[in-house]
Design a protein around this ligand. Structure first.
Ligand code: SF4
Length: 129
């Protein structure tokens, strides 16, 4: 990866090769980082599947990361759907709630197949570099 420093040594700039996590496609991404902040996101032309292409959603990831109202903790709906009433909950409660609901669904529909997306796929891609 390309890495540069300014003459004072106080500013560091680098390009990080990764994959977009905004959907299951996982397009290859080059992220330009300056002083620990993302300054530019573009498609990675060396990625074997996406070949430098990214959709508008992936290209807008910088706005998602730095949006002042970005949600950084789990919330649980406490009102009726569409009412806009939410309550902050812990990560443990969120994970327990999801696990319980998934178990209920699997028990209710035993003949249905399910898929769960996890980040292990990303680790596998990153190991190839
Ligand atoms: S760039 Fe678009 S299509 Fe590619 S992984 Fe991200 S969201 Fe999905």
């Amino acid at each position: 990866m390309e890495k540069t420093e300014d003459r004072t040594g106080l500013s560091e700039e680098k390009v990080v090769r990764t994959v977009c996590q905004d959907c299951h496609v996982a397009c290859g991404v080059l992220v330009q980082v300056k002083d620990g902040k993302v300054v530019k996101i573009e498609g990675d032309p060396a990625h074997p599947l996406s070949e430098g292409m990214m959709c508008p959603k992936g290209l807008a990831a910088k706005q998602l990361i730095y949006h002042p109202e970005r949600l950084t903790y789990p919330m649980k709906r406490v009102g009726e759907r569409g009412e806009g009433k939410w309550q902050r909950i812990s990560w443990d409660e969120a994970l327990d709630t999801i696990a319980t609901k998934l178990k209920e669904i699997i028990e209710k529909y035993p003949d249905t197949e399910y898929a769960v997306k996890a980040s292990e796929r990303l680790k596998a891609l990153e190991k190839k570099d």
